[in-house]
Write a protein of this length. Structure first.
Length: 153
């Protein structure tokens, strides 16, 4: 997905009768929570029977998004949700606060850190972000991975 489109949400369309599986968890906004997020994601995707290569990519995406939420946003916790349905895994991570610019892609020449979203942009069919509703400050960053056949109804 081109960087100019990164903030435009493109939800997965579902056909009537399709089964959608959802799994969510909340963790403290601490660096040690990133490993726990990886474990929870890996275990759930194994329960769902997701292929190892897709599951490992999803674990990497969760790791990057949770890390970004912890490092770049103020807050006490992060919330992660994984949805599986109609050929996609959708990963969304919500934080409690955000900087003035939102998530941004960084080039290799930008230094050692800050290229997690570039990796997500490469691995995923799409990604984006939106502010949470007016109930509290925060942002949701999401990404979608292809999964299964993705056949239309």
């Amino acid at each position: 997905m081109a960087p100019g489109n990164a903030l435009t949400s493109q939800p997965t369309a579902l056909c009537s009768g399709n089964v959608v599986r959802r799994y969510g968890f909340e963790l403290p906004a601490r660096v040690e929570s990133v490993g726990r997020a990886r474990t929870l994601t890996r275990d759930r995707l194994a329960q769902w029977g997701v292929a190892d290569d897709t599951a490992e990519t999803a674990v990497l995406v969760v790791s990057e998004l949770v890390t970004n939420a912890i490092v770049h946003a103020a807050g006490e916790h992060v919330i992660c949700e994984i949805r599986e349905g109609r050929g996609h895994l959708r990963i969304a991570v919500e934080d409690q606060g955000y900087g003035p610019t939102g998530p941004q892609l960084h080039r290799v020449s930008d230094g050692e850190g800050g290229r997690g979203l570039l990796l997500i942009d490469t691995l995923c069919d799409g990604w984006g972000a939106h502010d949470t509703s007016e109930y509290s400050p925060g942002r949701v960053v999401w990404a979608e991975l292809p999964y299964g056949t993705g056949q239309p109804c």
